[in-house]
Design a binder for this molecule. Structure first.
Ligand SMILES: [Zn+2]
Length: 341
């Protein structure tokens, strides 16, 4: 059965194109800045993909179709350009759109970068700098990877006096439990999260060895090459913690040190992306520290466009693109963000 939402998308998508065309001809006000949020771009078989499936946000075909639409209808910017050519001059970009990627997956270089080059479009990649040049997986990917390696039937841990137990006896149970465990770990203090992750890894006793030692995260050579070819880099903290669950000093280190890491290699880092980026994942404390460190902008992960009249430089909203989003939904979501989910 076709869902109500799908019917609405089918109905609205031609109007979305119409609005884009009116804006292009200056017949409708350009009072929005759109920032897209991607993670990985890849053509993997999801059943065999050993990391969280949610990390693949578009196939290369989907991404290319999306870029074609963007190229035709928007003025694609970086944060540096937004800053120097527009906001600093008291101007607001017409049909402004920024393409961003969180985390720094290697497929941003192998799969997204060639397509961005083909269409001559810039983008901004947010790096969790501690993982760059290492063979480490992001903590949320490591958890998923180890759950899939384990031959145990269940996974359990305790937070204070509350016991948690999850079924990991088959493929579907593993996928479901991985998501549930992550949801819980994102709510507790950073220190406790690291402690529980260690306990979980010991209990899972993964017996298969990661023979491939495949690298899923970018290295500095790839980053430098992209940086010399129109790609901008920002910080996504060092270790990808949930900042609001950390102590003041821990947050300060994450914000300052990651900026330094990027500046030492690339010369500049003016924008930050809050890990996880939901309403409860950052606040005034983080925004003040970002200003103190010298960042000019920060992006969240709250599904919305940015209105010219209420632009918060340290909490810019983004539209997250997911693998399930087809081109009709994409074009409708650019105009009506709630349709992008
Ligand atoms: Zn992230």
């Amino acid at each position: 059965m076709v869902s109500k939402k799908r019917l609405l998308i089918n109905f609205l998508s031609p109007f979305a194109l119409g609005i884009m065309s009116l804006k292009k001809r200056g017949k409708r006000e350009n009072d929005k800045l759109i920032i897209l949020a991607y993670h990985g771009i890849d053509d993997v078989d999801l059943e065999k993909y050993p990391l969280s499936n949610g990390n693949i946000t578009a196939t290369t075909d989907q991404f290319e179709a999306q870029l074609k639409l963007i190229k035709r209808n928007f003025n694609v910017l970086t944060f540096k350009k937004l800053h120097e050519e527009y906001l600093l001059e008291g101007r607001f970009p017409e049909r402004g759109l920024i393409i961003t990627f969180d985390d720094g997956y290697r497929n941003n270089y192998t799969h997204a970068f060639p397509i961005l080059k083909k269409y001559n479009l810039p983008a901004t990649i947010f790096l969790a700098t501690e993982y760059i040049d290492s063979n480490k997986k992001f903590w949320f990917d490591e958890l998923c990877f180890k759950i899939f390696q384990s031959e145990k039937e269940s996974l359990g841990f305790a937070i204070e006096d509350k016991l948690y137990s999850f079924d990991i006896s088959d493929y579907k149970a593993k996928r479901d439990s991985d998501l549930k465990v992550k949801r819980i770990l994102k709510k507790i203090s950073n220190r406790e999260r690291l402690k529980i992750l260690n306990e979980i890894y010991l209990n899972l006793e993964p017996i298969k060895v990661d023979k491939e030692q495949k690298r899923y995260v970018l290295n500095w050579d790839e980053i430098k090459e992209m940086s010399e070819n129109g790609i901008e880099f920002g910080s996504h903290a060092k270790s990808h913690p949930i900042l609001s669950k950390q102590t003041y000093n821990e947050v300060k280190n994450e914000i300052f040190d990651s900026k330094k890491d990027i500046e030492e290699r690339l010369g500049e880092c003016i924008v930050f992306s809050y890990p996880n980026g939901g309403k409860s994942d950052f606040g005034e404390r983080e925004m003040c520290l970002l200003k103190e460190a010298g960042y000019k902008y920060a992006v969240n992960y709250i599904q919305s466009n940015n209105n010219k009249a209420i632009l918060n430089y340290y909490s810019l909203n983004r539209l997250h693109v997911e693998l399930e989003v087809d081109i009709k939904q994409f074009q409708t979501g650019l105009i009506w963000p709630k349709m992008m989910f």
